[in-house]
Write a protein that binds this ligand. Structure first.
Ligand SMILES: NC(=O)C1=CN([C@@H]2O[C@H](COP(=O)(O)OP(=O)(O)OC[C@H]3O[C@@H](n4cnc5c(N)ncnc54)[C@H](OP(=O)(O)O)[C@@H]3O)[C@@H](O)[C@H]2O)C=CC1
Ligand SMILES: Nc1nc(O)c(N)c(N[C@@H]2O[C@H](COP(=O)(O)O)[C@@H](O)[C@H]2O)n1
Length: 190
């Protein structure tokens, strides 16, 4: 988890799906890292949640941290087709900024998401999960590297499965042991 927090400092935004937001109530910050000697705060990435039906909870930790001044304002990307002004107002009042984008086959379009983020000055995105989001980004062939942590836990069908075609462009780079976990890195060949 500490490695994940270091990786978060290297990106402008950390992106998750609403499944992860609802199941884990994550904070997407860098709180497990040692403080800087200057006392300055480490670079905090922008939390971004893909949520086409605005199911994001106004009392979640991301919004609580923002309201208390310990986290950046979360951005929610939602669908033009199912936009609900009441839910929008509730989330905006709780502190979220909502962006509306296009959907393709019932899912938010990865190209439109990246275009929206780029317009806001975001130049690097760490896609943290969960499985459905990772699959969408792999299928869209927009990832430059894949960092896979193998933990000694059997998860069965709950694990991330993926299309072999979607990962063809990646080349193996390195393997590192981190305590009980093994971190395997692939980079984009093209
Ligand atoms: N071990 C790890 O490193 C991590 C594990 N996780 C685990 O993953 C689990 C959640 O995974 P999962 O259930 O797959 O949910 P996801 O977090 O992947 O969210 C999926 C939901 O996001 C919405 N969505 C919007 N746009 C897209 C898109 N383009 N592609 C796919 N989904 C989109 C959809 O909901 P809607 O239609 O409502 O918009 C969809 O149901 C959690 O329980 C968490 O613990 C998560 C992160 C990291
Ligand atoms: N345990 C763990 N190890 C990793 O390497 C991970 N990337 C994750 N991912 C997700 O982190 C979230 C919780 O962390 P924060 O509270 O946001 O710091 C949660 O969504 C995990 O699924 N987890």
């Amino acid at each position: 988890m500490v490695m994940t927090h270091w990786m978060r400092t290297m990106h402008d935004a950390i992106l998750i799906g609403i499944g992860t937001a609802l199941n884990d109530d994550p904070q997407l910050n860098t709180r497990h890292l040692p403080a800087l000697p200057s006392g300055e705060q480490r670079r905090l990435p922008r939390p971004v949640v893909l949520d086409s039906k605005l199911r994001f909870k106004p009392d979640c930790k991301l919004l609580k941290n923002f309201r208390e001044g310990t986290g950046r304002r979360p951005w929610i990307i939602t669908s033009r087709g199912s936009f609900d002004p009441l839910k929008h107002r509730e989330l905006a009042n709780a502190g979220a900024r909502v962006f509306i984008t296009d959907s393709v086959d019932g899912s938010l379009s990865v190209d439109s998401i990246l275009f929206t983020l780029r317009q806001q000055g975001i130049r690097s995105v760490m896609v943290e999960g969960g499985a459905q989001i990772i699959n969408s980004f792999l299928r869209a062939k927009v990832a430059h590297s894949l960092v896979i942590t193998v933990a000694p836990t059997l998860v069965g069908k709950e694990g991330v499965s993926y299309d072999a075609e979607a990962t063809k462009k990646f080349e193996y780079l390195s393997t590192e042991k981190e305590g009980r976990d093994t971190v395997v890195v692939f980079t984009s060949a093209k």
